[in-house]
Design a protein around this ligand. Structure first.
Ligand code: IMP
Ligand code: MG
Length: 185
């Protein structure tokens, strides 16, 4: 049976997101920023983050879909292993040429999605490009890829809540939870 266990409470998330926003505000003093959120997982994180940033800021959303799930080595993996083949489902609405861009992603897992998006957005020739992720699972990275701003570093567990889903469910949970037995029906 699937079971939810709180890993990071909404109070802890709020405190950390405020710290991240403070760091961004400090690092980008005097600059304006375009935040680019990755649908749908980063929508809630972006909404909280931008409201704590004290800079001129606008935001955009970009949508991606990973093609299927790799025939996995274990039932638990089936649920979330991305194949690395990523498809753009929604592009940004403005050119990011000459802009200070911060890509906002929910979780850095294998890094394949982020690598795809980074390549795509660098093609706009922004003035600067940085990445903010709420969660990072370093033990799962398949590429040498890092985010400039990381909320929480977590072990290899399947996470839902605060924007993250399992089959589109649980995104509205206020806390970040571990979904145990995610691969089971
Ligand atoms: P990556 O391309 O493997 O880094 O995968 C990134 C995407 O996979 C994230 O944007 C999430 O949508 C999804 N993902 C990876 N790990 C989890 C998880 O633990 N829970 C929910 N979604 C996840
Ligand atoms: Mg996602």
């Amino acid at each position: 049976m699937k079971q939810l266990k709180v890993l990071i409470s909404h109070e802890q998330i709020a405190a950390r997101v405020a710290e991240m926003a403070q760091k961004i505000t400090h690092d980008s003093a005097g600059e304006s920023i375009v935040f680019v959120g990755v649908l749908k997982g980063a929508a809630i994180f972006l909404a909280d983050l931008v409201r704590k940033v004290e800079l001129d800021a606008t935001f955009e959303f970009i949508g991606v879909q990973s093609y299927g799930n790799r025939a996995a080595d274990s039932p638990q993996r089936l649920a979330w292993d991305s194949t690395g083949e990523v498809r753009l489902t929604k592009d940004v609405d403005q050119s990011l040429n000459g802009k200070n861009v911060i890509l906002v992603e929910d979780i850095l897992d294998t890094g394949l999605t982020l690598a795809f998006l980074k390549r795509l957005l660098l093609g706009h020739k922004p003035k600067s490009f940085r990445v903010a992720v709420l969660l990072d699972k370093p033990s799962r990275h398949k590429l040498a890829i890092e985010a400039e701003y990381v909320g929480f570093t977590i072990p290899d567990q399947f996470i839902v809540g605060y924007g993250l889903d399992y089959a589109e469910q649980y995104r509205n949970l206020p806390d970040i939870c571990v979904l145990e037995n995610a691969g089971l029906p």
